[in-house]
Design a protein around this ligand. Structure first.
Ligand code: IVH
Length: 665
């Protein structure tokens, strides 16, 4: 039994540490010193050791770098955010249309919009200032993701009118951004995201807003509670109004009261769904008139005046010709299906994921089988099942090879993992993947050093590890089959520039198991330099916030290996010895993708100061107002820029609004 006094203290400590994590990681404004934080943290660790039966799962001590799920606060919506009933297939669509007409006694006008396959977000503006952004959650209460929402460049932080409202939209990743994100994950040996919806949701739930800012999220808005809209009487008017206020609104829509026309439009969109630059999983049909919407009303779960017409899942049948193994940076071996090419969701598919050996065994998938392949979401095809009734008798069960296909080392499997790994650190495939990771954007960020070039460099014996990159010469690069004089020169410049790598990036670039970007940041702050890694004990490591036993062990194992010691000393010889700079412009990128123009005299800030505050947060300051300008920051005697901004409908803010927004007032 835990004494009440200790139980309370435990809860108090967890809450306090969570709050300080938020100040430190999200707001970048630590409220206490690192030493004071450590004292709290250790006290919590001691209590948790003493009372191991107290629920641990959501304690800040259990959060290992990277994805943390429990870091957001719950926030209630002003009005419940209902979901929609689904209509599957043309028959259900037609019968819903008839049902609505019967209820009303005539065929009302409907608006049909694409159903964006993203994550629902709910925004609150007060007097024209964005106050809160939240997920939909169960409809009543969402998660407060304001900081992350602010990184979406197209969402206005201020409106040109002092409106107070709660509106709803969909945050999503374009197909391009989604493909790019997955490509980076593939390079880094991380599991691929199944579809843009998961990717958008995962991005918005990141605790590190700087990572969110890089993902290129976008959003579309489509709904406001009618009780709050004296400004519009129909859905169509509302969409135009939202657009006028500066919100992104999807231009694709169809308005009609004719059932045949509506059905034809829906079926045509279904046919063309893959030609859009973003993923949609259906269409939403809404009664256009707000007063008719009110008349139809809603059930506890969904409105009667709207429904979602869902596109059928896309599945094709084909033959499984072979199973190949693909190797990642950490040695994980992933079975991949080689298929007879088949057309699926608008593309030809000849490879698909089989996840892992357990997946294949549990579904009894055999080579030679006729299999069902599905585009999970929109992008990565996966084998879902074997049609066993079509077997001829010559299908061959898959046996996981005992050896690595690249280096022949015996594969191993950890007790708690589904994946098999090649344990040989000298395995050429792993070395190549490791160097690709080192050069990737969030690591050393060497532009132009893609997978093919790395492969060539390794195969030609020019490099054996990432440190060898810094010994390359123009002649060596130019001699490679794919590189001309100019691109060789550019690559050399990019390699040299990467010597200025920060400590947190370097820690991430080394590809140490369990050390993701977020944890690398924490480690950089605590270690101060790479050299410290040689001398710090496992105990001292576990005392670092967010570093658990697993991470500490992985770090010690890494540094104990001679090839890693050699790599680090080679990097040092190349002049790469970063030390941690606190405040290394760690402001959140809340102005990412936004462009400001300054005009007139600001009451307290000089132009340079204002520019610095904007640029530190990822924004741009330009001299002239154009249609691309996001905000005009205006002081006294603003002049012609103000007129121009008004003409273009650009939001004008004053210094006070600006300072409140960045949390300086
Ligand atoms: S209208 C009460 N319009 O799809 C009105 N929803 O299954 C509710 N969605 O979570 C929503 N695109 O957030 C509406 N153009 C659109 C939409 C849309 C995507 C989402 C919506 C909801 C889900 C419904």
């Amino acid at each position: 039994m835990i004494p009440e006094r200790h139980r309370l203290r435990l809860m108090q400590l967890r809450e306090e540490i969570r709050r300080h994590n938020y100040y430190y990681y999200i707001l970048d404004q630590p409220q206490i010193s690192d030493a004071a934080y450590d004292i709290l943290y250790r006290e919590l660790q001691v209590l948790e050791k003493l009372y191991p039966l107290e629920e641990l799962a959501d304690s800040p001590t259990q959060m290992v770098g990277g994805g943390v799920a429990s870091g957001f606060t719950a926030t209630p919506h002003q009005t419940p955010k209902l979901s929609l009933d689904n209509l599957m297939g043309e028959k259900e669509l037609r019968s819903w249309l008839v049902q609505v007409a019967t209820r009303l006694g005539f065929q009302p006008e409907l608006v049909v919009e694409p159903k964006i396959d993203g994550l629902t977000i709910v925004l609150n503006y007060q007097d024209g200032v964005l106050q809160r952004g939240a997920t939909r959650g169960g409809g009543q209460v969402g998660e407060d993701i304001t900081t992350n929402i602010r990184t979406i460049g197209t969402i206005p932080q201020w409106l040109s009118e002092p409106l107070t409202m709660e509106l709803r939209g969909e945050a999503y990743l374009s197909q391009d951004s989604f493909a790019k994100l997955n490509e980076e994950r593939r390079i880094q040996g991380e599991p691929l995201l199944a579809n843009p919806r998961n990717a958008a949701a995962g991005s918005l739930r990141q605790l590190d807003s700087q990572i969110v800012a890089k993902r290129g999220l976008e959003a579309w808005f489509y709904s406001l509670d009618w009780s709050m809209t004296p400004w519009a009487t129909t859905q169509e008017e509302l969409l135009l109004l939202l657009e006028k206020w500066g919100f992104p609104v999807n231009p694709v829509r169809f308005v009609s009261s004719n059932h045949e026309e509506i059905v034809a439009w829906c079926l045509a969109r279904q046919e063309e769904r893959h030609t859009l630059p973003y993923a949609i999983d259906g269409l939403v049909l809404k009664v256009n008139s707000f007063s008719l919407q009110q008349e139809l009303g809603e059930t506890a779960k969904a409105p009667r005046w709207a429904s979602a017409y869902k596109f059928p899942a896309e599945i094709s049948e084909t033959k499984l010709l072979a199973i190949e193994l693909a190797l990642g940076r950490t040695g994980v071996v992933t079975p991949t299906a080689i298929l007879e090419p088949v057309s699926l969701a608008g593309t030809t598919v000849s490879r698909a994921s089989l996840h892992n050996a357990d997946f294949i065994a549990s579904r009894d998938i055999r080579i030679g089988d006729t299999v069902l392949v599905r585009k999970a979401g929109e992008i990565i095809p996966e084998v879902v099942a074997a049609l066993t009734e079509l077997r001829q008798g010559d299908e061959v069960p898959f046996v996981m090879p005992a050896n690595c296909p690249e280096c022949a080392a015996p594969l191993v499997r950890a007790v708690d993992e589904a994946a098999w790994r090649c344990p040989n650190r000298a395995c050429p495939a792993q070395i190549i993947e490791g160097i690709i990771h080192f050069a990737s954007r969030d690591a050393a960020d060497i532009t132009g050093l893609g997978p093919q070039i790395v492969q060539l460099l390794v195969q030609n014996g020019l490099i054996q590890d990432a440190a060898d990159l810094y010994t390359l010469t123009q002649e060596q690069l130019q001699a490679l089959p794919r590189l001309g004089e100019r691109s060789a020169g550019n690559l050399l410049v990019a390699i040299t520039a990467s010597k200025n790598i920060t400590l947190e990036r370097l820690l991430y670039a080394l590809g140490i198991r369990h050390v993701g970007q977020r944890l690398a940041q924490t480690l950089a702050r605590s270690l101060g330099s790479l050299a410290k890694l040689h001398i710090i004990s496992e105990e001292e490591l576990t005392a670092i916030p967010d570093v658990g036993a697993k991470v500490a062990q992985s770090l010690k194992e890494y540094i104990a290996r001679s090839e890693n010691q050699q790599l680090i000393s080679k990097l040092e010889q190349a002049g790469i010895k970063p030390v941690y700079h606190s405040q290394s412009s760690l402001h959140q990128a809340i102005f990412q993708g936004q462009s400001f123009v300054l005009t007139g005299n600001l009451p307290t800030l000089t132009r340079q100061e204002a520019t610095k505050l904007i640029e530190e947060r990822g924004g741009k300051v330009t001299s002239g107002v154009s249609r691309q300008t996001t905000y005009l920051l205006a002081g006294a005697s603003p002049g012609s820029k103000l007129d121009k901004a008004r003409e273009y409908g650009i939001t004008v803010i004053d210094e006070k609004q600006f300072l409140v927004f960045i949390g300086k007032q």
